[in-house]
Design a binder for this molecule. Structure first.
Ligand code: PLP
Length: 358
């Protein structure tokens, strides 16, 4: 059975990209960020490949539990932390590190005596204004955690950067300054950098870095391709031509007939659509490789199919391989044509797409 979309997952590329991160931050430890099903690549294959990571980062408990149930005993940090006492109990049971970012979590920690102390990353909001204590609140939060018998000492400190992808950005400079001031006397173990900061902000490397998107071969920096940063794409998404038709000048294609043939021409129908995770908003002209020849998407993407202009590859025939992104066609380019970012495209690959580890 091989008539649908397949995502080849190149695990040696994943390893290569991890080593690239290591090379950029030789003295820091690495949380490999494998949340959201390893950005769509498959949580367990990613975890079993990234054996050199010092820890894994996931967003929520269910992701961490899935790792433990697969036998992964590496350190795992739950980036959103626990939500209530029940989740806190699971944190202890499964031996997770947690991020503590708000007053409610401190209260839950105080109100519940744990069977063993939990490893805590205290998050400071240095300007992203999503999760974290403000610089003013963080000292008292830290003091509370230090006195709490349910908390393993020392407490670690972290923050997250909003604009690390922008070179010399003033917001990032301000965030780093606030973090440095707030954390001077708090801890000997800190973490700031995502993928973009690993490349752009050496001063943010500190003790632990948290690469995500770069591990999957995608550039975190605008206007720069992954290959230029010596990253290799991990996912190559491909499918097949399931029909080739010779249409007449004036024929319009697909729902709404949004694209009309400017002349007599061959058009191919590809077995992939938004039901597989290919973006419905990809515009006319989005590149598609048909047998390695670059062609263009035309007409609306439907749930199970999309259509391509085959004038660049008139020999294309029924059954030929069509690559939507990956090797030879950076997912960043598709994201641009669809008005989104590669993170979203990768993590939205649906379960209908068969993953082929290679
Ligand atoms: C997802 C995430 C990262 C990784 O970000 P990338 O841009 O993918 O490198 C780092 N830190 C936190 C807290 C995250 O949630």
């Amino acid at each position: 059975m091989n008539s649908g979309a397949i995502a080849d997952i190149n695990l040696s590329a994943l390893e290569h990209n991890f080593n690239r991160a290591k090379q950029l931050v030789p003295t820091a430890k690495i949380f490999a960020m494998i949340k959201s099903n390893a950005y769509g690549h498959g949580l367990i294959p990613a975890a079993t490949t990234l054996t050199d990571a010092d820890a894994f980062g996931v967003a929520c408990l269910s992701e961490g539990i899935e790792l433990r149930q697969a036998g992964i005993d590496k350190r795992i940090v739950i980036m959103r932390g626990f939500f209530d006492a029940e989740e806190l109990e699971l944190v202890v049971d499964y031996n997770f590190d947690v991020v503590v970012h708000c007053e409610e979590q401190l209260q839950i920690l105080t109100a519940n005596t744990l069977s063993k102390p939990v490893e805590v990353w205290l998050k400071i909001d240095t300007g992203m204004h999503r999760l974290g204590f403000s610089a003013e609140q963080v000292l008292s939060a830290y003091a509370g955690l230090q006195q709490n018998p349910s908390v393993k000492q020392p407490v670690h400190i972290m923050t997250h950067l909003a604009n690390a992808d922008i070179m010399n950005d003033t917001t990032t400079k301000a965030q780093l300054k606030i973090f440095a001031e707030a954390s001077t006397e708090l801890s000997d173990s800190t973490s700031i950098a995502n993928s973009a900061a690993i490349f752009n902000w050496p001063e943010a490397h500190s003790d632990w870095v948290r690469p995500g998107i770069m591990l999957y071969g995608v550039s975190p920096l605008p206007g720069i391709a992954g290959v230029e940063l010596n990253l290799q794409p991990v996912m190559t998404l491909h499918s097949k031509l399931i029909a080739v038709k010779n249409l007449k000048k004036g024929d319009s294609i697909g729902y709404g007939g949004t694209w009309t043939c400017p002349k007599d021409m061959p058009v191919g129908v590809v077995a992939i659509g938004y039901g597989d995770g290919y973006p419905r908003h990809a515009k006319n002209g989005t590149p598609v490789l048909v047998d390695d020849v670059q062609c263009q998407l035309v007409g609306r993407v439907s749930m199970d199919m999309l259509t391509v202009d085959l004038r660049n590859n008139p020999q294309a025939k029924y059954g030929d391989t069509v690559t939507l992104w990956g090797d030879g066609l950076p997912v960043e380019i598709i994201a641009e044509h669809a008005g989104t970012i590669a993170y979203e495209l990768l993590s939205k690959i649906t379960s209908r797409v068969r993953k082929q580890l290679c």
